[in-house]
Ligand binder design. Structure first.
Ligand code: SF4
Length: 158
C-alpha cells in the first residue's frame, strides 16, 4: 500500500485497511418534529422543519437517481425528528416511494410507537425496507425519564 488511488480502493493511510472508493450509503434526515424529548437528542428535535437549508423533495429525487447511477446500495432515513410523526410522515412515505423503484435497501430509524395499523400496512408495500427501532428501557419510569415524556410505551403498555 503506497497511499495512491487505485481503480477500486483508496487507502486512508499507508498501512493495512482500505476504504471503498464509492458512495455506498446515503442518509437523509426528515423533519425535526418529534413527540419525545430525549435529553441526549443529537438533533435537539423540533425547530428544523421550516429551515431554509432543508432539501426539497425535488432535489432529493435528483440525488437518489444520481446515487443509483453511482452504484449506491443503501439509504438511511434517520430523521432529525421521528420519521412517522404526523408532521413528517408524508415526507417519509414520499421518499420511500422515490426509493422503491430504484430497489435500494432502505433503513428507517424510528421509535415505532406512532405506527398504526394503516401505516404498518402501507410499510408492507416496500420490499427492501428495514425498521431500526429505537428503545431505551422496558421499565416505564426509566423510559419516561429518558424521553422526558410521561406514559410512553413500555412493558405493560404494549
Ligand atoms: S426520539 Fe430521536 S428525534 Fe425524538 S427526541 Fe429522542 S433522540 Fe430526538
Amino acid at each position: 500500500m503506497d497511499g495512491r488511488i487505485s481503480s477500486n480502493n483508496v487507502t486512508a493511510h499507508g498501512g493495512p485497511g482500505t476504504l471503498p472508493n464509492a458512495l455506498k450509503e446515503l442518509w437523509f434526515e426528515t423533519g425535526g418534529s418529534c413527540h419525545l424529548r430525549c435529553s441526549y437528542c443529537f438533533a435537539e428535535s423540533g425547530g428544523l422543519d421550516e429551515s431554509p437549508d432543508n432539501v426539497s423533495i425535488g432535489r432529493i429525487k435528483a440525488y437518489l437517481h444520481e446515487f443509483k447511477k453511482l452504484v449506491g446500495e443503501r439509504i438511511g432515513l434517520v430523521g432529525a425528528g421521528e420519521p412517522f410523526h404526523p408532521r413528517n410522515i408524508r415526507d417519509t412515505f414520499e421518499i420511500l416511494d422515490l426509493v422503491r423503484p430504484l430497489q435500494l435497501k432502505t433503513t428507517v430509524f424510528t421509535t415505532a410507537d406512532l405506527l398504526d395499523g394503516r401505516s404498518i400496512k402501507q410499510l408492507e408495500q416496500y420490499p427492501n425496507l428495514l425498521l431500526l427501532v429505537k428503545y431505551n428501557s422496558r421499565i416505564c419510569e426509566i423510559q419516561d425519564a429518558m424521553v422526558n415524556v410521561k406514559d410512553t410505551p413500555c412493558e405493560g403498555t404494549q
